[in-house]
Design a protein around this ligand. Structure first.
Ligand code: AHR
Length: 535
């Protein structure tokens, strides 16, 4: 007997739904009553969703490390070995798989040796971002006290159960310092002088760091290289690095957005020395920020930016439109990579993504690049994570930029004040996708039409992703419409659904956000999922 089961979700903004499945079956047609439909094709697997696409990024930039992550052992702010306890407690809820440090642009000015050894002997250095700091910012943002270094970062990762991902300095340190840093982190206890230094700091066991970024944005702040020159450096830095029995994963500094020439130039130059050279490359880092809300008027990095909290519905759609370019960027770079690496050994690592607005919304005056996430950023983030879920064979790691007190932050903190942003709640709702089998999901919903400065424009209405975990199906979906909820009918092909439950993140006001005073303005709510069998 063929059984059809329809499940209804009333979806506004963002929804995560879990279905339990009783048995395999085949299904037929949809009923016509719902606003939107979703067909999940369990028999069309796309690949396993790498947990690491739910990764994070903590750069030594303004309030991210000092104040955000690190408060110090003597602080009145509750902490674990100097690390903000509330942050650790919140992050444990989202199952963070990987955290990137120390940059970003900061990485290519950082000497890892400054951040190890006795804390009272560590030098103070001018931070890469010092020039953008205002008088309101504390001195630690301008002059790096190096109190939070490799040991403290690895301790942070251990508290979270996350893997460390370190970005090495290629612009201003020699290759030797790269492999010495790897040696410090990974050589077995008692084996090398650096292992002894690590043990003297209280870390006898190796850190076992697998993921290593070889520079950052080498086309810009990472050294202004040409792709060919950077490929030469990449080969040199990775030719010999002590493995200490670890399968090290080297990540190349990839393109900014649609810089196809950067990807082609690098892969071409790497292969010129023989295709085997690409075997030293584990991942290719792609960065994409959605920043241009000028509606086509300018490409100027400063003038094109919009406001984080004061926006109209057109700005909402424009931001989503900019962010939605992620899918074509993944596909485009993947295609070029495949010309040189047809078996696709090299994966994409989207280690910086998110919206980037002009300054002005920061909760803590003086926190450079801090912005206040609203419901719009939650929708943006859900859309981005769904995109990664739909490309499991291509995207292996992704890091939201950045974890706390910065761009698309999950958390905001200042001294003893703390809040989870709507973006943080999205990571809670989406965490269940990790390690699932991504399956094809076909969304069918009316597009949104709007007026873009006198010209008609449109954006898709509903999209998402689905993953299977034994007999559990996880579906997440984003409704982009600024006002209308969508009753969505879900048809699961290939299983009989026994029960379902849903969670929705939405608000009456598209500008809704959480602050230190109003921590619960935007929080996920349980949503009724109606299940019906159709014979
Ligand atoms: O995330 C902020 C900055 O954006 C990073 O330091 C850099 O890599 C990118 O340009």
């Amino acid at each position: 007997m063929n059984i059809k089961r329809r499940d209804f979700i009333r979806n506004s903004s963002l929804a995560a739904t879990g279905f339990a499945m009783a048995s395999r079956y085949s299904a037929g047609v949809f009923a016509q009553s719902a606003d939107a439909r979703l067909e999940v094709l369990l028999d069309e697997p796309l690949g396993t969703i790498s947990p690491n696409i739910y990764g994070h990024f903590t750069e030594n930039l303004s309030g991210v490390i000092y104040d955000g992550v690190w408060v110090g052992e003597d602080s009145k702010v509750p902490n674990i070995h100097g690390i903000r306890k509330e942050l650790v407690d919140e992050m444990r809820k989202i199952n963070p798989p990987i955290v990137r440090f120390p940059g970003g642009c900061f990485a290519d000015s950082y000497d890892w040796r400054d951040g190890i050894g006795p804390t009272d002997k560590r030098p103070r250095r001018t931070n890469f971002w010092a020039g953008g700091e205002t008088a309101a910012a504390p001195a630690s943002h301008r002059y790096d006290p190096n109190r939070f270094g490799t040991n403290e970062f690895v301790q942070f990762c251990r508290l979270l159960g996350a893997q460390p991902y370190l970005a090495a300095n290629v612009r201003s340190l020699p290759a030797e310092q790269f492999y010495r840093w790897v040696e410090y982190c990974n050589s077995p206890p008692g084996s090398t002088t650096l292992a002894d230094e690590r043990a003297a700091a209280g870390f006898k066991d190796a850190f076992n760091v697998r993921y290593w970024g070889v520079g950052n944005e080498a086309w810009g702040c990472g050294g202004n290289f040409t792709p060919q020159a950077y490929a030469t450096e990449f080969r040199r830095y990775t030719t010999w690095v002590p493995g200490s029995g670890h399968d090290l994963a080297f990540i190349g500094a990839g393109p900014d957005g649609a810089n196809w020439e950067w990807t082609r130039g690098f892969f071409e130059e790497m292969s010129r020395k023989g295709r085997g050279q690409l075997r030293s490359l584990y991942g290719w880092a792609l960065h994409h920020y959605a920043w241009n809300l000028s509606r086509g008027k300018t490409q100027d990095w400063e003038k094109g930016k919009g406001d984080a909290v004061n926006f109209d519905p057109v700005d909402w759609y424009e931001l989503l439109h900019e962010g939605d370019r992620m899918e074509s960027l993944i596909e485009g770079h993947w295609q070029i990579m495949g010309e040189f690496d047809p078996e696709h050994h090299v994966k994409l690592v989207v280690d910086e993504w998110g919206p980037w607005y002009r300054p002005g919304s920061e909760l803590t005056p003086g926190d450079q690049l801090e912005q206040l996430p609203t419901l719009r950023d939650a929708v943006f983030s859900g859309m981005s994570l769904d995109t990664f879920n739909r490309h499991p064979e291509k995207v292996d790691v992704a890091c939201c930029a950045q974890l706390i007190n910065c761009l698309n932050s999950l958390y905001l903190a200042h001294e003893d004040k703390f809040c989870v942003t709507p973006v943080g709640h999205v990571f809670t709702m989406y965490a269940a996708h990790q390690n699932g089998q991504s399956v094809r999901s076909e969304f069918s919903a009316p597009s949104v039409h709007y007026d873009r400065d006198g010209k008609p424009a449109s954006f898709w209405g509903l999209r998402g992703s689905a993953s299977l975990h034994d007999k559990q199906l996880v579906i997440t979906a984003v409704n982009t419409n600024v006002k209308d909820a969508l009753e969505t009918q879900v048809l699961v092909r290939g299983a009989r659904v026994s029960s379902g439950e849903g969670t929705v993140l939405t608000a009456a006001d598209i500008h809704a956000r959480n602050t230190f005073e109003q921590r619960q303005a935007v929080t996920p709510k349980p949503e009724h999922v109606e299940s019906k069998a159709i014979l």
